[in-house]
Design a protein around this ligand. Sequence first.
Ligand code: IPE
Ligand code: IPE
Ligand code: MG
Length: 265
Amino acid sequence: MTKAAAPSIDHLSESELIALLDPALLPKHIAIIMDGNGRWAELRGLPRIAGHAEGIKSVREVITLCRDLGIGALTIYAFSQENWKRPVSEINALMLLLEQYLQSEMDALIEKGARFRAIGQVHALPPSALNWVRKVERETAHLDKLMLTVALSYGGRSEIVDAVRRLAQDCKDGKVQPDAIDETLLEGYLSTQGLPDPDLLIRTSGETRISNFLLWQLAYTEMYFTPTLWPDFRRREALLALLDYQRRDRRFGAVPTPHFPPSGL
Ligand code: IPE
Ligand code: IPE
Ligand code: MG
């Protein structure tokens, strides 16, 4: 629920938008479903992969913005388990793009102090892409300004199944007592272990579904859906999402704090 009708901010410049942000109310962790690359390309009569390539520029801008604003964690959905259903030619082109991105971006990530980590069934990636994933993970492992998590061959349900399987094994081995299992313990088996839950989920391209992303972690996340296609989602669009987020009243099931005492009290 928003607090009051928002005044129009469409005409404001980027620096004016930044000035409107309350630094104390920034999300600690943003998750993004980067959707609409294919449509962006099709609208221009280009092959779908041209949309994916253009989308990388948005990734770059959003990482830089998070870094500039001191947002500590960004998790982006780059390839879902379900995306293996796509034509082999698109999958191959995406994997090549991933590899090229990691190769060309590693120094920039280090310079930004960003730690890169992949989540998902990464063993399913082609070996050369997986090698780059592991290399960039290693080279950035000591950095802590921004935790950049990239979901690759990721599915939220299989993440939970995998966590439960390992937890069951630990019970069987006597390392964990079933009575000791609680939410915190189970969270420790998820691939996002150590990260706070996302405060804000952004999905571009007008789709209003989660598509098997971070099913456990999004329990109380604020959702922001925009029709903007991912390659058009740049710094300004991200600032608009942050301002929208800052207008939310996050109650977590409690009652809102009254602005004045109810009469009679
Ligand atoms: C998102 O863009 C990128 C991936 C899923 C890899 P899409 O490729 O889904 O683009 P649309 O939704 O078809 O426009
Ligand atoms: C979700 O987008 C996955 C990623 C952005 C990587 P999709 O385009 O694959 O999702 P659906 O098919 O619209 O649910
Ligand atoms: Mg899509």
